[in-house]
Design a protein around this ligand. Structure first.
Ligand SMILES: [Fe+2]
Ligand SMILES: [Fe+2]
Length: 205
């Protein structure tokens, strides 16, 4: 019961309260970010996509923590969720600095990711960890693509994305070390397709 309430609490906090980071937002102090209107709009769209990704990360890790019976693995997932919460806070903050809003569909993304996390958890701990490895790798590649697409002068967004990319790589490595199994290729392809739908939609809505 405690764990279910914890998961519900985490869902409500992710969706409806202002997340608080435990680490300071990465910035490049020497370079002040000044953007033309077009660049600012495009940067905001990309940061909205990244914010949705972090909403999903909260849902996935919370669901996977709920699904496992291994207390050590639960602690592992909860620790990762805590770090992802920094990402959630940084992207939310940057979005509002850019004068834009988060995705209107966040409750939907959260629910979908939560279901996926429960499903991954049902497949057993090694596959659940394998799902983390594949997710984090895909997110890392996605963040690299954003480093190529973000306006070159948007130092503030770029610093955040660069730090997130580093953290996601570490999450993948930690899950591997915890005993992750490799997911079958069709599962990876399906995950890429689902991510594509999410990133394309969140760019606009
Ligand atoms: Fe993240
Ligand atoms: Fe991550």
């Amino acid at each position: 019961m405690d764990r279910f309430l914890g998961a519900a609490d985490s869902a409500l906090r992710t969706l409806f309260s202002k997340p608080r980071a435990t680490r300071p937002c990465p910035v490049v102090p020497a370079d002040e970010t000044r953007l033309a209107a077009d660049d600012s709009r495009e940067a905001a769209a990309l940061m909205r996509v990244n914010h949705v990704g972090e909403v999903c990360a909260q849902a996935l890790y919370t669901a996977q923590a709920l699904a496992t019976r291994d207390p050590a693995l639960r602690a592992h997932f909860e620790r990762a969720a805590q770090e992802e919460n920094d990402h959630l806070a940084w992207t939310a903050e940057r979005l509002s600095e850019l004068g834009d809003r988060p995705s209107l569909l966040n409750p939907l993304w959260y629910a979908g990711a939560f279901g996926l996390g429960l499903l991954a958890g049902r497949l057993g701990d090694r596959l659940s960890l394998g799902f983390v490895v594949e997710t984090e790798r895909q997110v890392e590649a996605h963040l690299q693509s954003h480093l190529d697409r973000l306006p070159a002068t948007d130092h503030a967004s770029r610093a955040i994305v660069a730090q997130m990319k580093e953290d996601e790589a570490a999450h993948a490595a930690q899950a591997l070390q915890a005993g992750a199994a490799e997911l079958p290729a069709p599962a990876k392809a399906l995950m890429r397709a689902a991510a594509k739908v999410m990133t394309t939609t969140a760019h606009y809505i």
